[in-house]
Design a protein around this ligand. Structure first.
Ligand code: 5GP
Length: 182
C-alpha cells in the first residue's frame, strides 16, 4: 500500500479500490489516523520513493515487468509432457540431451522456471543465484559424465543462433572443437 498511496502520488480511491479491494483500502485509511501506523507508513513510503529514484525496482525479479515471451517447448520438457533424455535434475535446473546433437555429447542446461530469462541479456543481479547454480551443475555433470574437454555455449538472440527463447546452456564434448566457432 505505501507504494501505491504515498502522499505525493496518491492514487485516486477508485484506483486503490481496484488494486487492493475497498475493504482493505478503508481499513488502511482508518489506520493512517493512528500516529504510530502513519509513522511506519511514512518510513516505508520514503524508502520506496528512494528505490524509485535509484531505479532499484528494475533490478528486482519481476518488478514492473511480466514475462511476456511465449512459452517454449522447454516448458513442456520441464513438465515432462514431452519426453527428453534427462541426465540430471534438481529443483532448479534440468539437464537433458539435445535432440539434434552437434557433438557426440550435446547437453542442454536450463532453469526449470524461465522467469524473465527468455534470453541471457535479460539477466540482472537477481539472477546471479540461478546463473551460478547452472554453471556449478555444468561442472558437476561434466565430471560425472566424464566429458573431459568441453565447450559451453549460450546463444543470445536469433543472430547468434538462438531458436528457443528459454535460457539454456549448450554443453558440447566428444570431438575436437575448433576456434573461432562458426
Ligand atoms: P538454440 O538454437 O536456441 O541455442 O538451441 C536450442 C536447442 O534446442 C537446439 O540445439 C535444438 O536442437 C534443441 N531442441 C529443440 N527442440 C528440442 C526438443 O524438443 N527436445 C530436445 N531434447 N532438444 C530440442
Amino acid at each position: 500500500m505505501p507504494k501505491f498511496s504515498p502522499a505525493e502520488t496518491q492514487l485516486p480511491t477508485e484506483e486503490l479500490d481496484k488494486l487492493a479491494g475497498p475493504k482493505l483500502v478503508s481499513w488502511y485509511k482508518r489506520m493512517l489516523s493512528q500516529p504510530s501506523f502513519a509513522k511506519v507508513q511514512q518510513e516505508i513510503s520514503d524508502a520506496l520513493s528512494k528505490w524509485d529514484e535509484n531505479n532499484r525496482w528494475a533490478g528486482i525479479l519481476h518488478a514492473g515487468k511480466r514475462d511476456e515471451a511465449e512459452q517454449t517447448i522447454f516448458d513442456k520438457i520441464v513438465a515432462k509432457s514431452i519426453p527428453s533424455q534427462v541426465v540430471f535434475e534438481d529443483d532448479k535446473v534440468l539437464v537433458f540431451k539435445d535432440i539434434n546433437p552437434q557433438a557426440p555429447t550435446h547437453l542442454l542446461v536450463i532453469p526449470k522456471r524461465r522467469e524473465t530469462l527468455s534470453q541471457l541479456r535479460f539477466a540482472t543481479a537477481e539472477h546471479e543465484g540461478i546463473l551460478g547454480h547452472m554453471l556449478a551443475v555444468v561442472a558437476k555433470v561434466a565430471s560425472e559424465e566424464g566429458l573431459g574437454d568441453y565447450r559451453l555455449v549460450v546463444n543470445d538472440g536469433r543472430g547468434a543462433g538462438q531458436e528457443v527463447f528459454h535460457l539454456h546452456m549448450h554443453v558440447l564434448a566428444g570431438r575436437p572443437l575448433t576456434w573461432p566457432p562458426g
